[in-house]
Design a protein around this ligand. Structure first.
Ligand code: SF4
Length: 77
């Protein structure tokens, strides 16, 4: 998988703990960074493809990624 997108990540150099909030309510700071990130889409697809279970990836929390996966499965069936 091509992960070259990560070199342009807006979160590069930030405290990674920001992206692993205790719950969705604490995810707002990470989501704000992701909102301005130029590689949001490939980051999200990476997380979906790797089944990343924790953290904010591509502006989505774990629960939001689960919903995306469910929606895609329904659309494909
Ligand atoms: S979308 Fe968010 S988590 Fe992904 S690379 Fe960008 S800032 Fe980092």
């Amino acid at each position: 998988m091509d992960n070259s997108w990560s070199a342009r990540a807006a979160c590069h150099g930030l405290d990674p703990r920001i992206f692993f909030p205790a719950d969705d309510d604490e995810a707002s700071l990470a989501k704000a960074v992701c909102d301005s990130c130029p590689v949001r889409e490939p980051c999200l697809e990476y997380a979906l493809g790797e089944r990343e279970r924790e953290g904010v990836w591509g502006g989505c929390t774990e629960g939001e990624r689960r919903r995306i996966v469910r929606r895609r499965r329904r659309a494909a069936s």
